[in-house]
Design a protein around this ligand. Structure first.
Ligand code: HC1
Ligand code: SF4
Length: 572
């Protein structure tokens, strides 16, 4: 331990702690634009300077040492910080009022806190065209403040390295290799770079207007579905607590926006378990193409396509749940309701930006119609609710429409890392045991450890070895360990985003200073597990609407019709 003094207050911290972290411990806030807990420690923005003796030093990279005397708020410090903020603003496209990050921009907040009323230095802004060719992500480098957080998360956490530094001096910028558009790079659309951007330099490709147009089109039946993780994120956009469960209010808001039906992607998560569970049992019994890898995360699918194409046939052939639901809506549901599928417009509300890319993939269509017509992020949905003047917090809770809104606890936990594996185990085990099980919570697959292994003795005497990874850096570790022959598994669940979909790139952006106190991944996952616990049915194969769908329409899981509508092949 080392002992130091900050603004006259004595504090003891572990060796290796930075001054910025030590200050936080005693409630002293030091501003920072580039530093981000667990992600980025570059000390490039210099807004976190503090006074130590005669010198101004960046506190995010300054290690606390014994007897150090630090001052964080002297006139010299405040003036230095003001200068840094002014200089950053002078090289920033200041479109604050029309920027998607208006009110939730770290630079704007600092400018306000430091009483910046005009920008003294009128610098030149390094000109750069907006890159909006990706289906998922838009980059506006004229708003970039070169903090490097996006590069760190992309390289260190995701191990994708789609973006890096290029140029020198004033020309230094974030760029893809050879300055190609992001959509033509090896970017997997996870959107984690958006989540850490302090300003509006990165955001999702917006589809709000497309959805308003469909709602206003009298010839269209507009059907919406919501992903599991949206219900524990949306409330944050309306100042409700982080991770607060707002399922009923969300349904009610969607009806007010004018959607004709409000269905639940959780229903399709149950359907996925029927299909993927059957696929797993078949592969295990034949000893074929093991390990089976989940295929519901489009960032992960793109990652394996780019980096491990030789392992592609290990992917489950199941489409992801929201795609399955789109396919069912445009076939069976359209038929039962007597609607021409061409007049149905399916909107998926997702905590994810990669789902926008996925929705456009040609592998995810049927008879010339895309399964999904538009994908909106949780943030975009919040924007529409605000635009309609709906008082979200005061909404009465409503229920999803049936039958495609009926779901189980297994469906809802899909949104957290380990959830797909747990949902699959609940069904696979019980189908093999041919009896109802009391103990259905598989603790070994829960939690935030990067790679989680679980071995399960199946009722038929076989052992199922499963592994769960979240964050693509962890996925890479798992795949490399299989390639080297060090490990062998039967089932692998991978989600591209750390924590799973609860922390997807389309979820509300948690303000940097709150990230120290609240781990949104943990709190949102808790919300999903509590919804699971509260539901009367918690196993996918017990969902009565799923059973009816097989009886009336699909026939058997993995049967001919199921294969045609609900499965696909990725061959890139
Ligand atoms: Fe997910 Fe999925 S859980 S991928 O993590 O399989 O986005 O929430 O909707 O489709 O169900 C995301 C979440 C989501 C699909 C499901
Ligand atoms: Fe990297 Fe993901 Fe951002 Fe693409 S979306 S640049 S892969 S962090």
């Amino acid at each position: 331990m080392v002992s130091l003094t900050i603004d006259g207050i004595k504090v003891e911290v572990e060796k290796g702690t930075t001054v910025l972290e030590a200050a936080k411990k005693i409630g002293i806030k030091i501003p920072s634009l580039c530093y981000l807990k667990d992600i980025n420690k570059p000390s490039s923005c210099r807004v976190c300077v503090v006074e130590v003796g005669p010198r101004l030093l960046a506190s995010c990279s300054l290690e606390a040492t014994e007897g150090m005397d630090v001052k964080t708020n002297t006139r010299k410090v405040r003036e230095a910080r003001k200068t840094v903020i002014q200089l950053t603003l002078s090289n920033h496209k200041r479109e604050c009022l029309s920027c998607g990050r208006n009110i939730n921009c770290e630079l704007q907040t600092l400018a306000e806190e430091y009483n910046i009323r005009d920008v003294e230095y009128e610098g030149e802004i390094a000109a750069s065209a907006i890159d909006d060719l990706s289906a998922s992500i838009v980059r506006d480098n004229e708003k970039c403040i070169a903090c490097g957080r996006c590069i760190s998360v992309c390289s260190n956490i995701q191990t994708v390295s789609a973006i890096g530094w290029s140029g020198r001096g004033f020309e230094t910028r974030v760029s893809t290799p050879y300055e190609r558009p992001l959509g033509e790079s090896n970017c997997v659309n996870c959107g984690q770079c958006i989540m850490v951007c302090p300003v509006g330099a990165l955001h999702e490709k917006e589809n709000i207007q497309d959805v308003w147009n469909a709602i206003d089109d009298e010839n269209k039946v507009v059907i919406v579905q919501t992903a599991p993780a949206v219900r524990v994120g949306l409330g944050e956009e309306f100042d409700l607590g982080v991770g607060e469960r707002v399922t009923g209010k969300m349904v009610s808001a969607l009806r007010r926006l004018g959607f004709d039906n409000v269905f639940d992607t959780d229903f399709a998560a149950d359907l996925t378990i029927m299909e993927e569970g059957t696929e797993l049992l078949t592969r295990v019994s034949k000893g074929e193409k093991l390990p089976l890898m989940t295929s519901c995360c489009p960032g992960w699918v793109k990652f394996i396509e780019h980096n491990y194409p030789e392992m592609l046939d290990h992917l489950s052939t199941c489409k992801s749940p929201h795609q399955m639901l789109g396919a069912v809506i445009k076939s069976h549901y359209a038929n039962v309701m007597g609607i021409d599928p061409k007049n149905i417009y399916v909107v998926s509300i997702m905590p994810c930006v990669a789902k926008k890319f996925e929705g456009e993939r040609e592998e995810l269509s049927n008879e010339g119609l895309q399964d999904i017509d538009a994908v909106l992020t949780t943030r975009e949905l919040a924007q529409m609710i605000k635009e309609m003047g709906i008082n979200f917090a005061k909404l009465e809770e409503e229920e999803f429409d049936h039958p495609l809104g009926e779901s189980t606890g297994a469906g809802v936990i899909f949104g957290a890392t380990g959830g797909v594996a747990e949902a699959a185990l609940r069904t696979v085990y019980e189908v093999l045991a041919e009896k109802d099980l009391e103990q259905i919570e598989y603790e070994a697959v829960r939690g935030l450890e990067g790679v989680k292994e679980a071995s399960l003795e199946l009722p038929n005497g076989q052992t199922l070895n499963a592994v769960i990874a979240h964050g693509l850096g962890n996925a890479r570790k798992v795949l490399d360990s299989i390639k080297s022959g060090e490990k062998s598994y039967d089932f692998i669940e991978i989600m591209a985003c750390p924590g799973g979909c609860v922390n997807g790139g389309g979820q509300p952006i948690i303000k940097a200073h709150l990230r120290d106190d609240v781990d949104a991944k943990v709190v949102r996952a808790k919300g999903l597990y509590s919804e699971d616990k509260a539901l009367p049915i918690r196993k996918s194969h017990k969902n009565p609407s799923i059973q009816k769908l097989y009886k009336d329409f699909l026939g058997e899981p993995n049967g001919h019709l199921a294969h045609e509508l609900l499965h696909t092949h990725y061959v890139k």
